[in-house]
Ligand binder design. Structure first.
Ligand code: HAM
Length: 415
């Protein structure tokens, strides 16, 4: 028997209401802040991700679905959405539009990770990117939009963590201080961090292993090593977050797992830590577009994993809104009645009324059962009498009332 590949999920009919709810809320919030939707291909040139996400990152080193296509080109199933959006921004000349260009996406993402609850190999993100503006006020707006998305869904027990990791220039000084600090503690680090220390120094700060965590708590803070511009940027950001009334914490260990970030980084996490705690993350990436061949262009963005959002909705007992459309089930007996059933089905569909029937000539009891299991609000019954009188028996399933009506009257009732 075939099964869905490890780390992938079928979206079953009973889960669709959650997906509709989450995706509709995403689109509504995006519209509220002036973002337009962009869809990009599922796969891209492998180089795009190696260049942007960074060679020393877990994603590029261990998690990409990369293969040669039949033409011998190396392609990769997208392991994130920011790089494809920036590639499209440059490719379609969006730098010539009024800046910032605000784009959002709902897309599938692929990472070869060890699957567990909330950690998948194929998952989906709602993400948004504001490209072409350096103001910290835009960072604050993107953070505000992220928080509004969760709030609109009804998710409350979340915390917002913010940090600044500086620009390419002041980062160099900071990394030097960090390596100095760790030099004397290198034996206390886990094996992964020993390797990270040279290649991906910042990541040592967010290692969750027992030996590494206390060291990270006492490590030099990036915010103490910011240049004047980055410092002013971070101050403007936090002042605006205060004005917005957002409850945030500055977390000096927050560095994120992708290489393209500059200055602002932030994450949203559930208050009660689960196995996969981060529900969404983002930040500023002022060097990325240039790295991909565009003009120097500042940008900031965010993405949240929709499976994790739905997991949190379920944990919080938040149900998606119910489908309020009324459903009609048509029951019939005999060949003449079947023809009449066909006619009324056509009329109902033409009038935009949801109607279903069974074509297999079952007993009244079996058809009633089927109507019930389909969640029908109304049942139309057609037998010999209804055929002879050219009428319909109309039953309201909620109060079990029943009456005989003409086609006109029936439509009137259902409309
Ligand atoms: P990221 O932190 O790698 O950022 O992923 C964003 C979100 O995707 C995570 O917070 C999580 O909810 C979800 N996610 C990540 N990995 C998995 C997984 N294996 N299974 C299920 N959900 C997962 C980015 O992708 C950046 N592109 C965000 C960004 C946009 N930065 C700037 N703009």
């Amino acid at each position: 028997m075939y099964q869905a590949p490890r780390g992938t999920l079928d979206r079953l009919p009973e889960d669709q209401a959650y997906w509709n709810y989450v995706e509709k809320t995403a689109a509504d919030v995006a519209a509220l802040y002036g973002y337009s939707r962009l869809d990009t291909p599922v796969f891209e040139d492998s180089g795009l991700f190696i260049r942007s996400v960074g060679e020393g990152t877990d994603i590029v080193e261990k998690e990409m679905y990369t293969f040669n296509d039949l033409g011998g080109n190396s392609v990769t199933l997208r392991p994130e959405g920011t790089a494809p959006v920036c590639r499209a921004y440059v490719e379609h000349g969006m730098q010539n539009l009024t800046q910032p260009v605000k784009l959002y996406y709902l897309m599938s993402i692929y990472r070869y990770e060890r699957p567990q609850a909330g950690r998948l190999r194929e998952f989906h993100q709602f993400g948004f990117e504001a490209i072409g503006e350096s103001s910290a006020l835009l960072d604050a707006e993107v953070i505000d939009m992220s928080c509004r998305f969760y709030r609109e869904l009804g998710l409350k027990d979340l915390k917002l963590l913010v940090n600044s990791i500086g620009c390419q220039d002041c980062r160099k000084e900071y990394l030097k201080a960090l390596r100095e600090y760790y030099k004397v503690h290198v034996d206390e680090l886990c094996d992964d961090c020993k390797k990270r220390l040279e290649k991906n120094t910042l990541r040592v700060l967010d290692c969750k292993k027992p030996g590494c965590k206390p060291l990270a708590d006492n490590a030099p803070k990036s915010t103490d090593h910011l240049c004047d511009d980055c410092k002013a940027h971070f101050e403007q950001l936090t002042a605006r977050l205060d004005q917005l009334g957002l409850d945030y914490k500055i977390d000096h260990r927050l560095v994120r797992g992708l290489d393209y970030y500059t200055r602002t980084v932030y994450e949203v996490q559930p208050l009660i830590e689960g196995g996969q705690s981060t529900i969404g993350g983002g930040g500023r990436y002022d060097g990325l577009i240039e790295e991909l061949g565009g003009k120097p262009t500042q940008a900031v963005g965010f993405a949240t994993g929709l499976e994790r959002v739905i997991l949190n909705l379920k944990r919080a007992g938040i149900n998606p809104p119910e489908d309020t459309r009324k459903k009609v089930f048509v029951i019939w007996f005999g060949d003449e009645a079947l023809r009449k059933a066909g006619h009324i089905m056509d009329v109902l569909h033409e009038n935009g009324i949801s109607a279903i029937t069974s074509y297999s000539g079952r007993s009244m009891k079996a058809q009633m059962r089927q109507a019930n299991s389909n969640g029908a609000n109304y049942v139309i019954i057609i037998g010999d009498t209804e055929v002879a009188e050219n009428k319909y028996t109309f039953k309201d399933m909620e109060n079990s009332s029943q009456e005989t009506v003409t086609e006109e009257e029936l439509l009137e009732k259902l409309r």
